[in-house]
Unconditional design. Structure first.
Length: 202
């Protein structure tokens, strides 16, 4: 039986969240033609054992453990066991990282902004310890108390996009190619570690 015309015309409209203007400037300044090869892969796993593990940790620790930190821990262990993936290129030479660091993206300002929360030595920390640390880092971002993030946003507020684009290239070279930190400017060596966890469970 055909649907009534009124029902056939119903469209589900997706509600769009407003984007932070600083985040928009960064997105525009970061946009560029691809210069490096990328490999994309897809893996489907049965999450039931992991979800049961999450529930177990919640009951035994009292912490609000999520699948996100479980995945982060699994990635950290994989990076530890595969040193050829836990490193970076410095002038066409592969250099292994001295520690296993994983970054998690955190949405704040009601979803209008996005920043990273990096956990160092995640391969040596338990899932519960990672959960507590991630919560503390996220709280700093939500409360505007992340000093490195606040310093890095200073130039973004003042400079035009074409200057930010060039500045990002300089900062990227210093932080990820040379591996240098400049705390006074909010520049952190390898700010995203060896891996970024963007979204789990959605």
């Amino acid at each position: 039986m055909p649907l009534p015309r009124a029902a056939a015309r119903v469209h589900h409209r997706r509600e769009e969240r407003p984007v932070n203007p600083l985040r928009r400037k960064l997105a525009i300044a970061s946009w560029d033609a691809p210069r490096e090869p990328n490999i994309f892969g897809r893996l489907t796993l049965d999450a039931e054992p992991a979800l049961a593990y999450v529930e177990h940790l919640r009951k035994t620790s009292g912490e609000k453990v999520t699948l996100t930190t479980v995945v982060g821990k699994a990635v950290a262990m994989a990076l530890r066991d595969t040193p050829s993936l836990n490193g970076y290129l410095r002038f066409d030479t592969y250099v292994p990282h001295e520690r296993v660091s994983v970054a998690f993206l955190v949405a704040f300002e009601e979803g209008k902004n996005l920043a990273k929360a990096k956990i160092d030595d995640l391969d040596r920390k338990s899932v519960v310890e990672a959960t507590v640390e991630l919560r503390q880092l996220a709280d700093k971002l939500h409360k505007g108390k992340d000093e490195a993030f606040n310093k890095s946003m200073g130039p973004v507020r003042l400079l035009p996009v074409w200057v930010i684009r060039r500045l990002l290239k300089v900062v990227g070279f210093i932080s990820t190619r040379l591996g240098w930190s400049v705390p006074a400017l909010g520049i952190e060596a390898f700010p995203f570690g060896a891996c970024v966890i963007t979204n789990v469970g959605v």
